[in-house]
Design a protein around this ligand. Structure first.
Ligand code: PLP
Length: 407
């Protein structure tokens, strides 16, 4: 089999285009025409794979999905129009009123709010626990638990989940493990090998590259026995290992209407082709910068799980290798010092987002978590003295120079 770099460019797929275009064209259409009423019936009832309407499938988006599916060896891939759409579609597929989702309070801000407020209003209970304590996780799971949901490296705390331990706890209890892996790309972290059943990715980040567009992916590895799911077990007789994907694609995804658009699929397919190349550069720079920032007296603490003395180093190395992502955080003396630093930056951009080609700086407590109360921020371990850097493709010397002058 070809190497991952080669597969990124030359994954086999069915590319039906009338003009044999080398790139997949952008099929900018809402609907598709049929030759007969019978052909329409077959397509609408799902007996043929023909496209009917672009809220449900579109050739350009399907091509992007198939490329991801070949690269991850997944059962199915669904592309949505944001990472949040991937998270919400997947969790709505699994959760039901009276059920609960076990997770950590260390979550992306919108994910926390989605679970607590949006799903909470429909009678789904959210149980926040300390994922570094296997006993606590085991105690929170019961017969109404719909999913164990987590982020593989949390942001901005950079806490690493022990996935082998957590997946075995979940599977023993008959619960699927759903993981947001946005911070480490799938060629670095092989989610299936660590017991992840459903992988969720904001493709806005590493895949798009250059921050061209917003997108999300739901990857179903077909590993979970859905007969153990309170909600999905009635679908197993007909769909077997595809019960989750069937519920998602035939119901939830159609009803919520958040499918990726063809323009975005085109841009993200191009981004995908250079992902491995960009990641190698960005993550190498991130580690080197983390080492050099530790030597600066103005910086109280540098957090990157690839640093040898980081408390998660060994676990991070076992799961993600020696370059665990291209994001680091560091602490200054106060919130005022953080604001001053950000305001003095000349090269590094003041922006949210992760894994743009350009390096970005943000103060998470006042932005991503700005509308949370002080108490909520404390419970989520979002420190007011922390700066987050997402590392781009610039030279490490230029980045360090900007940081030193801003300090
Ligand atoms: C950005 C991000 C999301 C949300 O993705 P969008 O594409 O912005 O909707 C979810 N989880 C993590 C870890 C993220 O970094």
């Amino acid at each position: 089999m070809n190497s991952f770099e080669t597969q990124l460019l030359h994954t086999p797929f069915d590319k039906e285009d009338a003009y044999h275009s080398l790139s997949m064209p952008v099929y900018n259409t809402a609907a598709y025409e049929f030759d007969s009423a019978e052909a329409m019936e077959e397509a609408f009832c799902g007996r043929t794979a023909d496209h009917a309407y672009s809220r449900i499938t579109n050739p350009t988006v399907q091509y992007f999905e198939k490329r991801i599916q070949h690269l991850t060896h997944a059962l199915s891939v669904t592309a949505l129009n944001s990472g949040m759409a991937a998270i919400s579609n997947a969790l709505i597929t699994l959760a039901h009123a009276g059920g609960n989702v076990v997770t950590s309070a260390h979550l992306f801000g919108n994910t926390y709010s989605f679970l607590k407020s949006t799903l909470g209003a429909f009678g789904v209970e959210v149980r926040f626990c300390d994922l570094t304590s296997p006993d606590e996780v085991r105690a929170q799971i019961d017969e109404h638990t719909c999913a164990l949901f987590l982020e593989v490296i949390t942001n901005p705390q950079l806490e690493v989940a022990d996935l082998k331990t957590l997946s075995s706890i979940a599977h023993q209890a008959g619960v699927p493990l759903v993981a947001d892996t946005t911070v480490v790309p799938f060629h670095v972290f092989h989610a299936r090998d660590f017991g992840v059943d459903i992988e969720l990715i904001s493709s806005t980040k590493y895949i798009s590259g250059g921050a061209t567009s917003i997108g999300g992916l739901i990857i179903d590895y077909g590993t979970f026995d859905w007969s153990r799911s309170e909600k999905l077990s009635p679908m197993v007789a007909q769909f077997g290992a595809s019960a989750f994907t069937a519920k998602l694609r035939k119901e939830v995804h159609r009803n919520l209407g958040a499918y990726m658009t063809p323009q975005v699929a085109y841009m993200q397919t191009l981004g995908l082709e250079t992902m491995e190349l960009r990641y190698a550069r960005q993550a190498t720079t991130c580690l080197e910068l983390a080492r050099r920032l530790e030597t600066l007296p103005a910086i109280a603490k540098v957090n990157y799980t690839g640093l040898e003395h980081n408390p998660f180093f060994a676990l991070s190395k076992a799961q993600f290798g020696s370059l665990p992502g291209a994001m680091l955080t560091f602490d200054l003396a106060s919130r005022e010092a953080c604001f001053g630093f950000i305001n003095r930056l000349k090269l590094i951009r003041r922006a949210t987002n992760l894994f743009d080609n350009k390096t970005l700086a943000i103060h998470p407590a006042s932005t991503i978590f700005g509308t949370f109360t002080e108490e909520q921020r404390r419970s989520m371990d979002v420190d007011p003295n922390t700066i987050r850097l997402s590392i781009g493709l610039e030279s490490v010397d230029d980045l360090l120079h900007d940081i030193v002058q801003a300090l």
